[in-house]
Design a protein around this ligand. Structure first.
Ligand code: ADP
Ligand code: MG
Length: 731
């Protein structure tokens, strides 16, 4: 008998790698390399005639349309810059509803008609493209025979170079729409939602007399990304990881995260080398990465950028996920972005930090010294409370996916109930607003660290609460329910739209209370207080500062009437309510058809994902696990025969054999049951998805349970795939 080679080789490869790479690397020149591959405002200023540069800036900053002559000049400058940097091709880079990005490369080369070629890139080619869209999901928006889709340049997100080995491609961020104008991507609705919230926030600022010099308000986003790293030698021996990005089998390792020794722990050299390379690549692309550290689970890490305006942050988030994936193999690693790749240890999320900023750089969710005197801050805060409570179901739907179901609604952070954490100080203030009580200043004061050598640091207006879905963290909200693999465009589209909706209603009430003419300070204060009081009164049920993981909170939330959708199939229903349809339509973010297409795509994706997992599981159980168990069974049976023919008693061995055969029989039965239920479903997609949730997932769980039991007893050298211990611990 032999050890399957992959497992041993893998261990040796890891050891070799760490020995080879013990040498210090050349330091990175972050400062001069930052944005090297971006056609940035700085590059444009150098390369464009003054008037053209100004026209482009106007488009970028204020969204004014670009005239075609200007586009030609810009395209030409872009082409020259790209070619000087080694580019041969360009692509319209877009975000179809696959949740990934898409690109179709065209070379700059055009035949010159005399047997030679010229390099060309016109304004038309920059501004609009027409990829064949027939194979990208549309959710029923257009029939495949009308496959035409258009990409349109989004000048608010910078053009960049994508490097892969020696190949360099000029990437133009674009929106992707059908010939009827329906959005076929995640970017178009995001841009519309930014306009919607900007309009309402500007209206608020005008009412407060605080709009001088401000022409736009944009959401800002800083997404923190969690991920796992696994050695590639192990990765390729796991069909489940290759196909599903998560393990479908695996008994718990004797040690996992119980010692709490991984979080913020020393970063293994190979992982650190990987992180440094990711940072370098992202820096060149102008992605402002700031933070890297070990996460809670062994093998789990986090990367976070500095926040940016929402549209750019969303594009950069996609680049971040792609870079993590593409750099890892260079270090013999595989990056896993699934929400729950391993049972029994923490899953991966993406914390969507969100705020609102004026184009003059004022953060509207930043409280001043005395939080209670800052009416404008409290007004925006109240709007978020109203939005999250009114549309909790939509926020839940905005983070739903088959992968994320293993986090939300399971016994893990955060719960599927959407609630807001404010922290002591703010909660006190909001409670006073609700009660119409006079304001009292509870000074946040300083936090004394109790050691004289340490400086005193100003205390945050609130403590941290890791169990909250939607937490106020000093000057921004942190939405923690987003899945690690999710494209955040959709989440932010929903977030922007619901806050726009809340602001709109509050603004109308405020306008009504103020009447015509410029109000006095007193009148403004009274009207604002009254609008906030009414609003908080109807929505304070969403505020919760306690422990979100407890059973009591589940009960309490139910009593308060807060929705609690434990799975995606039920969560997606929120997208079909009349309220949701009216909301997205009234702000011009998604037409009813566009919204419906998203619902269809989500349901379809859920079905496909679970089907692929089920099929992968069947193949592994039948072709890897069962044969290993049978070999073990034979060895055991032969050992018993040998012992007995030597007239040695072996009752305990017999008992083990009997137990083993029983488990193997059970495994066969569970395999058969899974097979039967997997392909036996209704045609209707929602019914099909419900079947996957109610029948297939439990059948998969049954197969897994008995297989994991067998993993703990079958000879280690017979077990046909790397175990959790190897996957999680060998770095
Ligand atoms: P944590 O303790 O949750 O890691 P950090 O202070 O490190 O908190 O911030 C996490 C993320 O929040 C970072 O990406 C940061 O850039 C982002 N962030 C900070 N301020 C804002 C803001 N005004 N709008 C959006 N994101 C922000
Ligand atoms: Mg955080």
């Amino acid at each position: 008998m032999h050890t399957p080679p992959a497992r041993q080789d893998a261990i040796r490869a890891v050891i070799n790698w760490n020995q080879r790479n013990d040498q210090p690397k050349e330091p990175t020149r972050y400062e001069s390399d930052f944005g090297r591959d971006v056609f940035s405002e700085r590059v444009m200023r150098q390369r464009l005639p003054k008037e053209v540069y100004r026209a482009v800036l106007k488009t970028i900053r204020h969204g004014s349309p670009l005239n075609p002559n200007v586009a030609d000049t810009v395209a030409n400058a872009m082409k020259d810059w790209a070619i000087e940097n080694g580019a041969t091709h360009y692509t319209h880079w877009f975000h179809p509803l696959t949740g990934l990005t898409a690109e179709k490369h065209d070379s700059f080369v055009m035949p010159d008609g005399q047997g030679g070629a010229i390099l060309e890139f016109s304004g038309d080619q920059l501004v609009q493209g027409e990829p064949d869209a027939s194979s990208l999901p549309s959710g029923g928006v257009r029939a495949t025979f009308e496959a035409r889709g258009y990409t349109a340049w989004d000048p608010t997100s910078p053009v960049f170079l994508n490097r892969s080995g020696d190949t360099v491609t000029l990437c133009v961020p674009t929106a992707f729409v059908s010939w009827t104008g329906d959005a076929l991507d995640t970017k178009t609705p995001l841009l519309r939602s930014i306009d919607a919230i900007s309009e309402q926030a500007m209206r608020t600022l005008r009412l407060f007399g605080a709009d001088q010099g401000v022409s736009r308000v944009t959401p800002t986003v800083g997404p923190e990304q969690e991920y796992f790293l696994v050695d590639r030698n192990f990765f390729f021996s796991r069909k489940d990881l290759i196909t599903c990005d998560r393990t479908l089998f695996g008994a718990a390792a004797p040690k996992d995260q119980q010692l709490e020794d991984h979080y913020f722990g020393a970063i293994p050299p190979r992982v650190l080398a990987f992180m440094a390379e990711v940072d370098r690549e992202l820096f060149a692309l102008g992605v402002p990465v700031r933070t890297r550290h070990n996460e809670v689970s062994p093998g789990q890490y986090e990367i976070a950028p500095y926040f940016e305006t929402s549209n750019v942050a969303v594009d950069h988030q996609m680049l971040m996920m792609e870079t993590l994936k593409s750099v890892a193999p260079r270090f013999g690693l595989q990056c896993i972005l699934h929400e729950k790749p391993f049972a029994g240890v923490n899953g991966s999320g993406k914390h969507n930090n969100w705020s609102l900023s004026t184009d003059t750089g004022v953060n509207l969710l930043n409280p001043r010294e005395e939080a209670h005197t800052n009416m404008q801050f409290l007004y925006f805060l109240t709007a978020v409370i109203k939005a999250v409570d009114t549309h909790a179901d939509l926020l839940r739907a905005a983070v739903a996916s088959a992968g994320n179901d293993h986090r939300l609604g399971a016994n893990e952070a955060p719960p599927a109930i959407v609630s807001i954490f404010l922290g002591d100080l703010l909660l006190d203030i909001v409670r006073r607003i609700e009660a119409g009580a006079p304001m009292r200043s509870r000074k946040s004061g300083k936090l004394d660290l109790g050691a004289r050598t340490l400086p005193q640091i100003p205390r945050d207006s609130g403590d941290r609460n890791r169990t909250s879905t939607f937490a106020f963290t000093g000057n921004k909200f942190e939405f923690r329910a987003v899945g690690a693999s999710a494209a955040i465009a959709w989440t932010n589209t929903v977030l922007n739209t619901i806050v726009a909706d809340a602001l709109k209603q509050m603004n109308s009430a405020l306008e009504k209370a103020l009447g015509k003419g410029t109000p006095t300070d007193e009148k403004l204060k009274a009207a604002v207080t009254s609008v906030m009081q009414t609003t908080v009164k109807s929505h304070s049920r969403v505020l919760f500062d306690g422990d979100g993981y407890t059973e009591e909170w589940q009960k309490e939330a139910k009593r308060r009437g807060l929705p609690n959708f434990r799975d995606s199939v039920s969560a997606y229903e929120a997208l079909r309510t009349r309220r949701a349809i009216a909301l997205f339509e009234s702000f011009g973010v998604l037409s009813p058809t566009e919204l419906d297409s998203r619902f269809n795509i989500f349901i379809e994706k859920y079905i496909k994902q679970v089907t692929i997992e089920g099929r992968t599981m069947l193949s592994m159980a039948r072709r890897m696990i069962l044969p290993a168990c049978l070999r073990h069974q034979t060895e055991l049976a032969e050992a018993i025969i040998a012992a007995e023919s030597a007239e040695v008693e072996c009752d305990r061995l017999r008992a083990r054999l009997r137990q083993h055969v029983e488990w193997v029989e059970q495994l066969c039965a569970n395999i058969d049951a899974l097979e039967a239920t997997l392909e036996n479903h209704a045609e209707d997609p929602v019914k099909h998805a419900t079947h996957m949730r109610d029948k297939v997932l439990p059948a998969m769980q049954a197969v897994r349970e008995v297989a994991d039991t067998l993993e703990n007893t079958v000879a280690d050298d017979l077990w046909p795939m790397p175990t959790y211990r190897e996957l999680l611990f060998i770095k």
